[in-house]
Structures are given as structure tokens and as C-alpha cells.
Design a binder for this molecule. Structure first.
Ligand code: SAM
Ligand code: DTB
Ligand code: SF4
Length: 318
């Protein structure tokens, strides 16, 4: 490797990223930690809370997702969009529990103009008025819709690539990788931060994981936040029988993400409840500096607030 660790680069090759990922574990974690300390306060872990504002009945067929209407065996209820007042009240509760960022997810293929989108804009305004960062994940977005969200003060838009371009078609067939990249470019063009990452443990190879990171690190600028999810296998989805990944695979993925995108917030996302306290701390040493915080993710359980209190006490974070 010719470039110095910690330099912001957009020209990573997939092979270079695979080589990082395959370093001896202690070398990988050590280098990632050094880069992490160059760009971030090593004692700071951002807490982001999640809320599903519109659950179930999604027309997309993402193989991992319990909210897809294609996976009938999940038996997920279809709920209506929540009303803005109760959403803002939930954000206030999350803030009181220590969350700095509030992320709202809707099981939509795309945003449609009308009353529901107006309500989401109101939610963003309400969350920002609490002094919290606001993030939404609503599926595909058109320019005029991104413009409205930007005007409402939206901090970030979450739209994951989920996996490599090569493996994508094995996981989702109702939209393309190019659709995803288009929405990301639209969001970026209105000055909204990007929250974009993926999932490991869906049957992809290490090369696929590196290839996804190559696409993300090729973006200029890098996404400001990169969620790394470990698949939560949900009964009734096509990926229900996939084994849980070894926590050290998550450590390697986090460390490699940190090396490829030194200044981004790397968020330890779904799958954290399957890790013990020490494995989570290893992920934080390896460069993760945010977690989803609160008892539930969108529809599945997260690490509990009680366990998180122990985690934060152990690392000395308030
Ligand atoms: N419909 C929007 C979209 O797909 O962009 C937003 C909601 S979607 C649930 C947000 C992200 O959650 C997905 O991109 C995926 O990375 C993650 N996710 C969903 N189900 C998951 C699961 N079972 N395990 C891990 N991550 C999951
Ligand atoms: C992200 O990358 N992970 C979060 C958030 N962004 C929206 C969602 C995880 C969802 C896990 C499955 C569920 O709870 O339904
Ligand atoms: Fe719909 Fe998002 Fe779930 Fe895919 S991941 S089925 S787009 S809610």
C-alpha cells in the first residue's frame, strides 16, 4: 500500500480493500484504531434512535426484510403512517434517554407527494426543533422531494447499497443498483448528508463486502455515515435460515470500513444484540463510533437500554 493510512481516498480498488480485510486481525484492528484516532474523538460514541413511522406492506422484495409484502409468512401487520405529534414525542423521549440523532424509517418503495409526505416533513421539522439530528429513510426520492426535506432541516438521508453490485440481484429484484445510486446522487445534490451502508451475513463473499466498500469509498465526498448491519434472520423471510455471522467478521468489516472511509461515522447497526459487551467494545476499538440506541430497531429487537447502560458505563461514556 503506497498511500499513508488515514488519507481520504476515493481511488481504492476492491483488491486493495480485500487485502486490508484479510490482514492479521490484530494488525487490522490496530491500523483501524490509529486511523480512527486521527479523525475522531476515540471516547465518543454517537447514540442514534430508530423509529418505524410506517411499518410493513412494502412492495419491494428485499430478501432480508420482514417488512416486504412479498414475504407473507412473516405475518407482519401493515400499519398506517404515524402522526407527527406522536413521532416527535418519541423523539423527545429518545433525547431524554441520551440519543442525539433520531432516524425515522418508512416501508415505502418511494416517496409520493401528498398528505403523508407533508406529515414526514412536519416530523423532520419537529425533531430538528428538539435540537436533535434528523434522519429519514423513505425509499426512492425525486429532486423536489429532497429539496423539501433539505428545507425542513433534514440532517441525513439513509439509503443503503446493502451489498456489492455483483451480489445485489440475489437479494433484491424489484429495483436496481443504479436506482439506489440515483437517489443517493439526488439527496447529495441538495446538501443533505448521506447515510449509506450495508448488511453482512446474507451469503455474500469477502470480495462482495469489499466491492460494496469500494463503491461507497468511490463517492466524493464519502457518505457522512456508514451503517454496518449484521443480518438479523427473520422467520418467514428468504434469509431466515442463514446462520448468524461470527462477531469477528463484524469486527473485520467495521475496521475495513474505517480504513476505507477514515472521516465517516461508522454505525454498528442491526445485529448488535447478538454481540456480547466485549465484542461490541472490539467493534468500537476497530473504528465504529455510533450505535443504534433503544430497545427496538425498526421491527426487530435491539440491544436493550439496560445492557447499553452497562456498555456505556464500561467504556466511560455518559
Ligand atoms: N424502505 C427503505 C429502504 O429500503 O431504503 C427504508 C427502510 S429499510 C428497512 C432500511 C435498511 O434496514 C435496509 O436497507 C437494510 O440495510 C436494513 N435491514 C432491513 N432488514 C434487515 C435485517 N433483517 N437485518 C439487517 N438489516 C436489515
Ligand atoms: C440501517 O442501516 N439499519 C437500520 C436503519 N439503517 C434504518 C434498520 C435496521 C433494521 C433491522 C430490521 C428491523 O428491525 O426491521
Ligand atoms: Fe421495503 Fe426497505 Fe424493507 Fe426493502 S428494506 S422491503 S425497501 S422496507
Amino acid at each position: 500500500m503506497t498511500a499513508v493510512d488515514g488519507a481520504i481516498r476515493h481511488d481504492w480498488t476492491t483488491d486493495q480493500i480485500v487485502a486490508l480485510h484479510e490482514l492479521p486481525l490484530l494488525e487490522l484492528v490496530g491500523r483501524a484504531n490509529a486511523v480512527h484516532r486521527q479523525h475522531h474523538d476515540p471516547n465518543k460514541v454517537q447514540k442514534a434512535s430508530l423509529l418505524s413511522i410506517k411499518t410493513g406492506g412494502c412492495p419491494e422484495n428485499c430478501a432480508y426484510c420482514p417488512q416486504s409484502a412479498h414475504h407473507r409468512d412473516v405475518g407482519m401487520n401493515r400499519d398506517k403512517l404515524m402522526d407527527p405529534r406522536s413521532v416527535v414525542a418519541r423523539a423527545a423521549t429518545a433525547k431524554a434517554a441520551g440519543a442525539e440523532r433520531f432516524c425515522m424509517g418508512a416501508a415505502w418503495r418511494q416517496v409520493r407527494d401528498g398528505k403523508e409526505f407533508d406529515a414526514v416533513v412536519e416530523m423532520v421539522e419537529g425533531v430538528r426543533a428538539l435540537g436533535m439530528e434528523a434522519c429519514v429513510t423513505l425509499g426512492m426520492l425525486k429532486p423536489h422531494q429532497a429539496e423539501r426535506l433539505a428545507a425542513a432541516g433534514l440532517t441525513a438521508y439513509n439509503h443503503n447499497l446493502d451489498t456489492s453490485p455483483e451480489f445485489y440481484g440475489r437479494i433484491i429484484t424489484t429495483r436496481t443498483y443504479a436506482d439506489r445510486l440515483d437517489t443517493l446522487a439526488t439527496v447529495r445534490s441538495f446538501g443533505i448528508d448521506l447515510c449509506c451502508g450495508g448488511i453482512i451475513g446474507m451469503g455474500e463473499t469477502i470480495h462482495d463486502r469489499a466491492s460494496m466498500l469500494q463503491v461507497l469509498a468511490g463517492m466524493e465526498p464519502h457518505p457522512e455515515s456508514v451503517p454496518i448491519n449484521a443480518l438479523v434472520p427473520v422467520e418467514g423471510t428468504p434469509l431466515a435460515r442463514r446462520p448468524r455471522i461470527d462477531p469477528l467478521e463484524l469486527v473485520r468489516m467495521v475496521a475495513t470500513t474505517r480504513l476505507a472511509m477514515p472521516a465517516s461515522t461508522v454505525r454498528l447497526s442491526a445485529g448488535r444484540s447478538g454481540l456480547n459487551r466485549e465484542a461490541q467494545i472490539l467493534c468500537l476499538v476497530a473504528g465504529a463510533n455510533s450505535v443504534f440506541y433503544g430497545d427496538t430497531l425498526l421491527t426487530t429487537p435491539n440491544a436493550g437500554i439496560g445492557e447499553d447502560a452497562e456498555l456505556f458505563a464500561a467504556i466511560g461514556e455518559p
